[in-house]
Design a protein around this ligand. Structure first.
Ligand SMILES: [Zn+2]
Length: 304
């Protein structure tokens, strides 16, 4: 039985040049880590796009919510262990979890990291795209009624402008920021405030976007001619690849569209892997150009 699965996988990989990258990515090793699922209003997730269109790929539940995942990316180099985003975490009360349908994976980061012989103590760097609870809640955890950093030895990176916005958000998005998710990092001197686009580490570039929230940061990981891009909330799911498919949650939807028009053609030209944080079915894709715009070429390139 095991043997036949193995053979199947080997022959499958032969025709999918990217498939073997679920572990080795040039000089890095990468893994997708699903920390949990949650659910948001389908209409809010697709802005002006009518339900008859989005429900084909993302069916709604009886409260009109669609299923979403919280998917982090683990990047391992010789010297460092990076984590991109941390899910919603386990500090929230039952009411909050019920509203957002939050279901964390059992054992959460401890179990996920154990698969790779790691513990939260081994994580050296946590790159946070932005400070909405579904992206950074897992950065801290509750221990004996005290909120402490989940990764005690890590530096956590967030753009300065995003951090300042989180402390003084607008009426539209204030509900998405929970101070316990990030202030303990600041108080513990683990938060590094970043400024704009830069190379964080050889092969790890930080890019920024502003349509969803001020200075969201994205990781562009490149090694040996291969590139993977962590889309975060710029393109939250594979269904958001078409330009007008933009979230109602975005502060500046027209800016999001402009940012997609910059990223997607480059992703196509250079055959990037786009990594989706929120798509419940598709962790990653490469894209091709068609008369309908960019569409999926290859999907689920990483193992969840
Ligand atoms: Zn999100």
């Amino acid at each position: 039985m095991l043997k036949s699965i193995h053979c199947y996988r080997l022959s499958y990989f032969k025709h999918k040049p990217y498939k073997d990258l679920f572990m080795k990515f040039g000089k890095f090793e990468i893994h997708s880590i699903v920390t949990g699922q949650f659910a948001l209003d389908g209409g809010a997730m697709f802005g002006v796009v009518p339900k008859v269109l989005w429900e084909r790929t993302n069916p709604a539940d009886d409260r009109n919510r669609i299923a979403l995942s919280m998917r982090s990316l683990l990047i391992i180099s010789d010297e460092k262990k990076f984590l991109v985003d941390t899910g919603a975490g386990n500090k929230n009360n039952d009411k909050f979890n019920s509203i957002y349908g939050i279901q964390n994976v059992d054992g959460w980061f401890d179990n996920a990291l154990k698969k790779y012989d790691l513990t939260p103590n081994d994580i050296t760097d946590v790159i946070l795209t932005h400070l909405h609870f579904d992206h950074c809640g897992g950065s801290t955890k509750l221990v004996d009624d005290e909120v402490v950093p989940t990764f005690p030895k890590a530096k956590y990176y967030i753009q300065r402008e995003q951090f300042e916005w989180a402390l003084n958000a607008s009426d539209k998005d204030r509900v998405s920021f929970i101070k316990d998710d990030f202030m303990p990092l600041k108080n513990n001197d683990q938060l590094v405030l970043t400024e704009g686009e830069f190379e964080l580490f050889d092969g790890i570039e930080i890019l920024t976007s502003n349509g969803h929230t001020p200075k969201q940061q994205h990781v562009k990981l490149s090694s040996e001619g291969k590139t993977i891009f962590y889309t975060g909330d710029l393109i939250p799911t594979a269904s958001h690849i078409p330009y007008p498919y933009v979230m109602g949650y975005d502060l500046y939807p027209l800016t999001t569209i402009e940012e997609k028009k910059k990223i997607l053609p480059q992703a196509y030209e250079e055959n990037w892997i786009l990594f989706f944080e929120h798509d419940p079915f598709v962790n990653s894709v490469t894209i091709i150009s068609s008369e309908k715009g960019f569409i999926i070429k290859e999907k689920n390139i990483l193992d969840d």
